[in-house]
Design a protein around this ligand. Structure first.
Ligand code: HEC
Length: 202
């Protein structure tokens, strides 16, 4: 029991006041040893983590790393997910439902190009398209970007296989070999395909 303070003594007049407990007092409690140990251990772990972290990836690569680079940096090469490539590279224009944007971006759902010959389809992301293009009876005159340097053959094959099996589309998978073959065969072609005119010849 702590001694009563002067202040309390002065007012020790009533029984009810005497029954009051003294004010609580904060004493000096040292940090428990295990907390100190845990902090030390966390600090050591932090040092260990930093010294063992893999810093070999250039920051500019960011999310633009191709699957190939990611596979080298990471463990065994993951199977390429065509849907992921679509989300990353195509969805902005052709939309999540493959319907495109009327008059601006042609649909992939039900498109004769998507469902047609695999070689002709592979040539589209490899070189892009510019000029009058007819898809499902509607005319477009926009610009389809070039993906030859942004995507590997395997990634192009995966994304094309993906769009051929989505939104009610049903067509055979596009293989990496096909994309590779078309890349070789069209190597000397420069600039984008000129819409219907060029594509009808492929
Ligand atoms: C910047 C917008 C844009 C992006 C991104 C884009 N496209 Fe296109 N795409 C177009 C436009 C515009 C056309 C039509 C070109 C024209 O009018 O001459 C087109 C045409 C096509 C066509 C032929 C027409 C059709 O609708 O079937 C295919 C196939 C195609 N794109 C696939 C893809 C794939 C696969 C990707 C992703 C790897 C992709 N596009 C990314 C804008 C884009």
């Amino acid at each position: 029991m702590k001694p009563v303070s002067k202040n309390q003594l002065k007012h020790q007049s009533s029984a009810s006041q005497l029954r009051e407990l003294t004010d609580p007092d904060e004493s000096a409690n040292p940090l428990p040893w295990y907390i100190t140990m845990a902090m030390g251990a966390l600090f050591m772990w932090g040092l260990f983590y930093i010294s063992h972290a893999y810093m070999g990836v250039n920051s500019f690569e960011g999310d633009n790393r191709t699957m190939e680079v990611a596979a080298v940096a990471g463990a065994a090469g993951p199977a390429i997910d065509g849907g992921e490539v679509y989300q990353g590279k195509c969805v902005a224009c052709h939309q999540a439902n493959g319907g495109g944007v009327p008059g601006v971006f042609p649909p992939l759902a039900g498109s004769e190009y998507v469902l047609g010959k695999a070689e002709k389809l592979a040539a589209i992301p490899l070189h892009g398209i510019q000029g009058k293009l007819t898809v499902k009876g509607a005319t477009y005159n926009g610009m389809m970007p070039v993906f030859a340097d942004l995507l590997t053959d395997a990634e192009i094959a995966a994304v094309l296989t993906h769009i051929r099996s989505q939104w009610g589309n049903k067509a055979e998978a596009v293989t990496e070999e096909t994309v590779k073959k078309v890349r070789e065969a069209t190597k000397s072609h420069t600039g984008p395909w000129n819409g219907d005119e060029d594509l009808s010849k492929l």
